[in-house]
Design a protein around this ligand. Sequence first.
Ligand SMILES: Cc1cc2nc3c(=O)[nH]c(=O)nc-3n(C[C@H](O)[C@H](O)[C@H](O)COP(=O)(O)OP(=O)(O)OC[C@H]3O[C@@H](n4cnc5c(N)ncnc54)[C@H](O)[C@@H]3O)c2cc1C
Length: 414
Amino acid sequence: MGQAHDVIIAGAGIAGATLALSLARAGLTPVLIDPVVFDDQLAPTFDGRASAIAYAAYRQWRALGLTDALDSHAQRIEQILVSDGKTPGASAGGPGPFFLRFDSAEIADRSEGEPLGYLLENRHIRPALAQAVKAAGIEVLAPARVARARFGRTAEVTLADGRVLTAPLAVGAEGRGSVIRTEAGIGTVGWDYPQTGVVATVRMERPHEGVAHEYFLPGGPFAILPLTDNRASLVWTESTVRGAALKTARPEMFQAHLERRFGDFSGAVTVEGPIFTYPLSLQLAERLVAPRVALLGDAAHGVHPIAGQGLNLGLKGAAALAQVLVDAGRLGEDIGSEAVLERYAAWRRFDTVTLSAGMDAFVRLFSNDNPLLRLARGAGMAAVNRIGPARRFFMHEAGGAVGDLPRLLRGEAL
Ligand SMILES: Cc1cc2nc3c(=O)[nH]c(=O)nc-3n(C[C@H](O)[C@H](O)[C@H](O)COP(=O)(O)OP(=O)(O)OC[C@H]3O[C@@H](n4cnc5c(N)ncnc54)[C@H](O)[C@@H]3O)c2cc1C
């Protein structure tokens, strides 16, 4: 094609790096650009989150050869217990009266024995990707920041230091503040939630046995997500004001709040490491593509972490985009053309919009204490819990294994 790179990927986060690796494994030449060098992304204070990775999304990393680095850090999620209650845990005599239980054994026939998903700390995902990107010889420009872009016969991307790159396609994977998206004239819709995600890692006294808990409390959901070594990652959604207070609370105050919410079902819990807070919002790009532009990950869709689906959507998008580009390249098509990019948009549009809207409805329905709504959602949960096929539907949906799956999500090479 007469250019040094086939695809310019702005943003070397988890979505951008996964796409780069998928393309390089199939013979295309991507370049990654990020203001943060990989080594800084690996610092323990850089990203305190753990991600629930759907089992189909994990297959993609397996197909890309990452699991040697990831398997020992991946905690299998065998059960998910969702319950609606003011006080979680045994202090309320166990989960509230309305609950949903999802069990990996129920879908073992179709998931080849895989769990419902895996819990992985982002600080383990990032080095595994960084190592693989390096070993694959992918060019990484970091620290470097995309400042401007123009799209015509090629995508022309100008970095803040004045360097100019051209390629048939530029991918915006720079998260919610995507410069590529803005430069392509793609608008967004969305709103801020008056909530903050407080994230902490705790060690538990009693074995968690791979059970994830999600409690719907009036301030927002409180999730206890099992990690390796009998630890758990907490995603504790609170009003913005209470979230800020928790972040700066003295350790003994934080511990007291924690114990009130945890109850004593897991024995003593001890906080390990710093407390992180993340503002929460919904942000959807009006389009996923434009001529010579594709959006990926949070640049395309930033959702509430209520069901741990944000990164999973980005990973599904990476698998679909990589397949569309690789197949088009093999047929000699122009990979930045509208005809090719529309295949990616058509593949991902429906899933992205329905999931984002679903998460938003969930947040509204569950983050409040209205007695009528409590009754309605309790009845809904009890009904789904009684109906085996409905439970299995939700499990496959959350596992990312429904619909027309890209080859990487089936665990196959491109
Ligand atoms: C509390 C919390 C818990 C979550 N838990 C889960 C979960 O359990 N499961 C799940 O699936 N999802 C979860 N998510 C969502 C998930 O974390 C995000 O969807 C995911 O991190 C997005 O990845 P990304 O690579 O698209 O974007 P980002 O992680 O935002 O990466 C963007 C990259 O672009 C770079 N960049 C920025 N500006 C520029 C520029 N101008 N030029 C070049 N590069 C640039 C940045 O430095 C960064 O490296 C959670 C989110 C929160 C807040």
